[in-house]
Write a protein that binds this ligand. Structure first.
Ligand code: NAI
Length: 696
């Protein structure tokens, strides 16, 4: 049973009980229907309270049941809501903590709704590429009016119950500290004899100019929805609450659109991303009950671009942080850069004015290791140079208190070598933030060969506290994200050698959905970073082939936006990339110099070569165990590299294209120019003929 049934005097209490959030899977729906039937047939029962156990009233439908026969097995969510709505005895939804999606729709089918303050109320289906499918689009407008209901349904974000107090959605929002169940039972006793029972379906939707409002809503949504069909479908379904001939017709319309949306690639990609995010924090050999270290204070070594951003993460999460720098002016610059970010936050209304000084007060600066010795965690973000890292970690090993976590933000250096500079490699871990570190969601958590399980578990919890998506990576050059990116960028430049120009490559991949093409992105990040890495690579792996074009660019000092010239030209004070004749001439000349006859490159080839370069390397990363699962690779690319969300990440995208087709393309490219870059990943070659995908 995944709902409990108890009778308190004349009130039956049905408690949804399906941890963690009382998802409305088949067993829970069946138990709830049985509860209503038991209450109906018990003459001593005059009213019913429907509530949820534990951390939620109900988080909604069981998403894992979508696209499976279980979702359509009776009682469906529709049937459960009908049973509740048609009950001859009043049903009171007693809401606390979370009432979302199907959970809220179930409450809308009840005759009365009472809630504790602080409950999160939402119809978030749009975030999974869907619309509410169990009457939400028909019932919510009847209670909140067209405008407010549409805002909640298209936006999908939660609203606190107390903000909805006084609306028809709630008959009562209790004061803070009220004990929900006794209050809900008292309410149920009060309405036990009220007849006729109020049903949301019987209400009319009110709006002085529904047609005008809906027309402007359509225009607005069409402009903002990008490739996603769900927001427009939300508007159409809500419109049906006004235009359909009957409530039942409106429900039918909603149902049809919902079912159709479940089959779209966009919704499948969003649901994949939803689960990918949840599984990213799970490490098979680190159980959920692994003891954690306490992180109450933090330190950051190096207050440059990354160090400043990392320090803000701690301050924003309420963890006091001390920045250690080498020289006073570098420290002053770092703290000034932080202040500027917060000031801009205040100007943009993202931060209240009084919060600025509160945040700054959380961040101290020092030039002395003694001042950070007692920090629970220290994140090193000094120059990307093994010699400098060695100095810092030897010093940290000397001064830091026992049990402090020693983290490095290195992008490319060997975390195991860094750990070996200390006598406590079990305390060392990589925390690879992305730039700008106070904005980007991704945090690669790099597990060294000796990193302690408690250190890893603590880092995973910390990533949540810092509002990051933490993805665990093993140690390799570039970890998950940058190792794949190197192959992607390599192909981007080979394409230039063969006949494309930067703006064509960028345009093609941006049309595929990337936030920014490789050349605009490199100009933003700084072309000199890759230059340094290639110089190191040339020494470490002499056989590695790559185009000399980016080196030629850097030799001209074209480092990107910061020098106003990179793959593109930039006017002073502007970020707009303007195609550069100098660069385009250089590209064409370079092709001639290396004896390549330029050809027309199709946009389709650009997309295939860039995306499959990611996929092929991603497959190697999974097979080597650097990534724990394909969905982790997808999460890295969705949250850190601007991979189009509606395509679900590179590995999910490859699955949806079909691995045989991806493998055929990789084999074709392996026959072409620079074919050595295209050795098919063994995992891809193995899975393709089996009809399997990377994600199962
Ligand atoms: P940066 O050059 O902006 O900052 C480095 C700072 O470290 C400077 O302020 C310098 O004064 C300070 N520093 C150097 N040696 C020090 C020492 N011995 N003690 C104390 N402070 C010292 O460099 P950035 O970009 O912030 O990079 C730092 C680290 O983060 C590098 O390992 C880099 O690979 C990594 N990283 C950089 C990313 C980026 O996009 N810039 C992204 C992710 C990681």
């Amino acid at each position: 049973m995944s709902a409990d049934y108890q009778v308190h005097g004349s009130v039956a209490v049905i408690t949804l009980n399906n941890p963690p959030v009382n998802g409305l899977g088949l067993a829970t729906r069946s138990a709830a229907v049985q509860g209503v039937q038991a209450a109906e047939s018990d003459p001593a029962v005059k009213a019913i309270v429907l509530t949820g156990a534990g951390k939620a009233y109900s988080g909604g439908a069981d998403i894992r049941e979508f696209n499976s026969p279980k979702a359509l097995t009776e009682p469906t969510l529709h049937s459960l809501i009908r049973v509740v709505e048609n009950s001859s005895k009043p049903v009171v939804a007693a809401i606390h903590s979370v009432a979302m999606g199907g959970g809220l729709e179930l409450a809308l089918g009840c005759h009365y709704r009472v809630a504790l303050p602080g409950a999160q109320i939402a119809l978030p289906e749009v975030k999974l590429g869907l619309i509410p499918g169990a009457g939400g689009t028909q019932r919510l407008p009847r209670l909140l009016g067209l405008e407010k209901a549409l805002g909640m349904i298209v936006g999908g974000s939660p609203i606190l119950s107390e903000k909805l107090a006084g609306s028809l959605l709630f008959d009562e929002v209790f004061s803070a500290g009220t004990e929900l169940l006794p209050a809900a039972i008292a309410f149920a006793e009060k309405v036990a004899d009220a007849r006729p029972l109020p049903k949301v379906r019987d209400r009319a939707v009110k709006h002085p100019d529904a047609a005008g409002f809906l027309a402007s809503a359509r225009a607005q949504v069409d402009g903002a929805a990008g490739p996603f069909p769900a927001p427009r479908a939300c508007v159409e379904a809500v419109a049906a609450s006004v235009t359909a001939d009957s409530f039942e017709d409106g429900l039918r319309f909603e149902r049809e659109r919902f079912i159709q949306l479940t089959t779209t690639s966009e919704s499948k990609a969003l649901r994949h991303a939803f689960f990918a995010e949840r599984s990213a924090g799970k490490v098979p050999d680190v159980p959920a009950d692994t003891p954690l270290r306490i992180i109450a204070t933090a330190a950051v070594v190096g207050g440059g671009t990354m160090g400043a951003g990392i320090a803000m993460n701690f301050a924003n999460a309420g963890i006091p942080v001390t920045i250690l720098e080498m020289k006073q002016d570098a420290l002053d610059n770092g703290l000034a850069a932080i202040r500027m970010v917060y000031e801009s936050g205040v100007r943009k209304g993202k931060l209240a004015a009084e919060q600025l000084e509160q945040r700054m007060a959380m961040i101290k600066g020092t030039l002395s290791y003694d001042a950070i010795a007692q920090a629970d965690i220290v994140v090193e973000a000094v120059f990307e140079d093994m010699g400098v890292k060695e100095l810092v970690f030897r010093e940290l090993d000397k001064v830091m208190k026992p049990d402090a976590i020693l983290a490095t933000n290195t992008s490319t250096l060997d975390v195991n070598r860094i750990a070996a500079f200390t006598r406590r490699p079990q305390d060392v871990i990589g925390l690879h933030f992305f730039s700008p570190a106070h904005v980007m969601k991704l945090l690669e958590i790099v597990r060294g060969a000796q990193t302690g399980k408690d250190v890893l578990a603590t880092a995973l919890v910390l990533s949540k506290k810092l509002k990051k998506t933490g993805v665990v990576s093993g140690v390799c050059d570039g970890f998950i994200g940058n190792r794949m990116l190197e192959q992607y960028l390599r192909q981007a430049v080979f394409l230039l050698e063969e006949g494309a120009l930067p703006e064509q490559v960028d345009r093609a991949i941006e049309a595929f959905g990337f936030a920014m093409g490789p050349f605009r992105m490199s100009d933003l990040a700084g072309n000199d970073i890759g230059w340094q890495i290639r110089k190191r690579r040339a020494i470490e792996s002499p056989g590695f082939t790559y185009s000399k074009l980016p080196d030629l660019l850097c030799e001209q000092g074209r480092f990107g936006q910061k020098t106003k010239a990179g793959w593109y030209d930039y006017r002073v004070g502007e970020r707009k990339a303007v195609p550069s004749d100098t660069v385009n001439d250089m590209v064409v000349r370079h092709s001639a110099d290396i004896g390549v006859t330029r050809r027309a490159v199709a946009d389709e080839e650009i997309v295939e070569r860039l995306v499959y370069a990611l996929v092929n390397e991603g497959a190697k990363i999974i097979e080597e165990g650097i990534a724990l699962r394909a969905s982790d690779v997808d999460m890295v690319y969705l949250s850190g590299y601007g991979f189009p969300l509606h395509r679900g990440g590179p590995m999910f995208y490859a699955d949806s294209v079909g691995l045989p087709q991806v493998l055929a393309a990789v084999e074709r490219f392996a026959q072409g120019r620079q074919g050595e870059a295209w050795q098919p990943a063994p995992l891809l070659a193995r899975l393709a003929p089996l009809g399997q995908g990377f994600n199962g």
